[in-house]
Design a protein around this ligand. Structure first.
Ligand code: SF4
Ligand code: SF4
Ligand code: SF4
Length: 263
């Protein structure tokens, strides 16, 4: 705290900047300035400095360069609370989708022989490098999640986490089930709720942007079995489940097993 204000930092790693853009455009941010002092947030504060100490550090983006790995360690040292923001920071993001291939191969495909000043590496979630205290899920997270977390921290409390899947919200909303009624490969059963089942609400299958409710508890294998019964191939299932869960260490093994059962 400084002058009775909570010191806040918002830092970007490899990302599309969509999370911070979503929050920077909220009218409520203006009201928060009474209680918070923004020490670092280049999108909203010109006088930003990554070296300042903060009470709460929000980190957007995956760690995809050696320099970012060093930056998050510095942020951790200078912050009391670290919040990973969005699918990139919490799950490695869509940029982790290709992490079953080699970095050199991916680099060549996208950038050819281009030379850069940073040292690239395979994309990873922030918590692979530092302790993360709280997570805001989604691509981007809901505005209400950001306000809830920040507001709770500002009054000295701690926000609750959501540990149930999108299907719960989907059923409560009374949306038709796109998996059962249309045979669409909806990832709602394994994905963390909090978006009010936005995609099924539009008749679209969930692609899992809020990440699995936990790699150890989400029923990837049961859902893969249902998808197989709906006619999806092993590759199609794996590709879909990897979009936002590429760092699930057992994903490939689980899906292999499902297809061995059926052979
Ligand atoms: S989580 Fe989504 S919206 Fe946020 S930075 Fe990553 S890609 Fe962009
Ligand atoms: S549409 Fe998707 S999220 Fe909704 S109940 Fe069916 S499987 Fe679950
Ligand atoms: S329904 Fe799934 S993909 Fe759509 S916003 Fe919610 S978690 Fe993300």
């Amino acid at each position: 705290m400084e002058n009775g204000k909570v010191r806040v930092g918002f830092y970007a790693l490899t990302s599309c900047y969509g999370c911070q853009l979503q929050f920077a455009m909220m009218d409520e941010i203006i009201q928060l300035l009474d209680k918070a002092s923004i020490e670092c947030w280049f999108m909203v504060e010109r006088d930003s400095d990554e070296d300042r100490e903060v009470d709460i550090a929000f980190i957007e983006g995956s760690i995809s360069t050696e320099e970012e790995a060093e930056l998050v360690k510095k942020i951790r040292e200078k912050a009391k609370i670290v919040v990973a923001v969005g699918a990139c920071a919490t799950q490695g993001g869509v940029q982790s989708w290709g992490n079953d291939r080699k970095l050199e191969e991916l680099w060549k495909t996208v950038y050819g022989d281009a030379k850069v000043k940073f040292q690239p590496k395979m994309a990873e979630p922030v918590e692979n490098y530092i302790k993360v205290d709280y997570r805001l899920y989604g691509c981007p997270p809901e505005k209400k999640d950001f306000l809830y977390a920040l507001g709770t921290f500002l009054v000295g409390s701690w926000p609750e986490d959501i540990d149930y899947p999108v299907c719960v919200e989907c059923r409560l909303k009374g949306y038709p089930c796109v998996l059962i009624e249309k045979g669409e490969p909806c990832l709602g059963p394994i994905t963390r709720a909090g978006c009010d089942a936005r995609c099924p609400g539009y008749g679209i299958a969930c692609i899992g942007c809020r990440g699995a409710i936990g790699y150890d508890v989400a029923w990837f294998d049961s859902l893969a079995r249902v998808f197989r019964e709906k006619g999806l191939t092993k590759e199609e299932i794996l590709e879909r489940m990897r979009i936002f869960n590429a760092h699930n260490p057992r994903l490939e093994e689980m899906i292999d097993k499902i297809f061995e059962e059926g052979e």
